[in-house]
Design a binder for this molecule. Structure first.
Ligand code: FAD
Ligand code: FES
Length: 289
């Protein structure tokens, strides 16, 4: 059965969020903390916020960013962190923002990762895709609760992160995953750290002895070709896999249809689904790549 879809756009907060901190954390990669209580209180793993620079029209449209983690002011959730890679018009301008500046933010949006009972949760990230996965790890290892009311999904026995990037300098805040208790494994295309090759090479290596398909669940986020390869890897082994699609978005709230992906229904027929309201997380076996 297809999981019920909830449109979070109706209840998303729209606010001018103060920048609390903004630091470079890896090659061309920045971590920004926003003071945005209504987003921090509600966000669950795999959800995102649309960010826009106020009082300017270039770029005009907001961009989607996964909520990396949330922090409290000692009483209740107040701050949300985002980690982004500088590569286009918006992220280049965002890198110039200073603490004390304001950013327009609306969220949390989208349907995030489900929380099935699983012994072994395997997180698979490509490039900057780890941003969608930290809250999932922390929640499933019993370190944190997210959402309003806060949800408490069944704990996973263990969480492994397999993360692939171009080179060693691209890995940002790896220690957040280690501190959460994840077993972290890295792969780089240039061999500068970890396994030399793609994240699928890393999966082959880690699970060379086989994988218990009934006790394992994969949550994946990264560039589309990488997610397609991971989905194929999981399907070949009968392992359940969810992917968080990073389709470009214009509105983030279901109006413009910029973000559609082809998703199969229960009968195996596909139709276009809006990643911003019906995703970004989908069962990998339903995605028409
Ligand atoms: C749900 C969701 C969560 C995301 N979370 C993060 C995050 O946590 N951190 C992060 O760094 N990025 C994240 N992204 C991606 C980010 O929103 C885009 O990279 C955004 O376009 C960057 O804006 P820009 O103006 O800098 O680049 P743009 O000018 O928009 O794009 C620069 C170049 O990248 C291409 N491009 C843009 N977006 C995509 C895409 N999604 N897939 C393939 N090519 C693309 C464009 O065609 C262009 O060539 C997320 C995307 C989605 C949908
Ligand atoms: S981004 Fe506009 S409908 Fe999804």
């Amino acid at each position: 059965m297809t999981a019920p879809v909830v449109c979070h756009a109706d209840e998303a907060a729209v606010l001018r969020a103060r920048v609390v901190s903004h630091d470079q954390v890896a090659d061309a990669t920045w971590r920004i903390r926003l003071d945005c209580p209504s987003i921090a209180a509600r966000a669950v793993s795999g959800q995102f916020a649309m960010l826009r620079l106020p009082d300017r029209c270039d770029p005009l449209l907001a961009r989607p960013f996964a909520v990396y983690d949330v922090f409290s002011d000692g009483i209740e959730p107040r701050y949300a962190d985002f980690i982004y890679l500088v590569h286009g018009r918006f992220t280049r301008a965002l890198a110039d923002v200073r603490p004390g500046d304001e950013i327009l933010a609306w969220g949390p949006l989208g349907n995030g990762f489900t929380a099935p009972t699983t012994e072994h949760l395997v997180l698979v990230a490509g490039g900057i895709g780890q941003t969608a996965l930290l809250t999932l790890a922390r929640e499933r290892l019993g370190l944190a609760r997210y959402g309003l009311p806060s949800r408490e999904p069944p704990r996973a026995g263990r969480v492994t992160l397999c993360w692939g990037a171009r080179s060693a300098g691209m890995f940002a805040c790896t220690d957040d995953f280690r501190k959460a208790g994840c077993d972290v494994h890295l792969a780089t295309l240039d061999g500068s750290t970890g396994t030399k090759g793609t994240v699928v090479d890393l999966l082959d290596q880690r699970f060379a002895a086989g994988i218990d398909r009934t006790a394992t669940h994969i949550a994946c986020c990264g560039p589309e070709p990488m997610m397609e390869a991971v989905a194929g890897w999981a399907a070949a082994r009968g392992v359940r896999c969810e992917v968080s699609l990073e389709t470009p978005m214009a509105c983030g709230i279901g109006i413009c249809f910029t973000c559609v992906a082809r998703i199969r229904d229960d009968e195996g027929n596909w139709d276009y689904r809006r990643t911003c309201v019906e995703g970004p997380v989908f069962d990998a076996s339903r995605v028409v790549w």
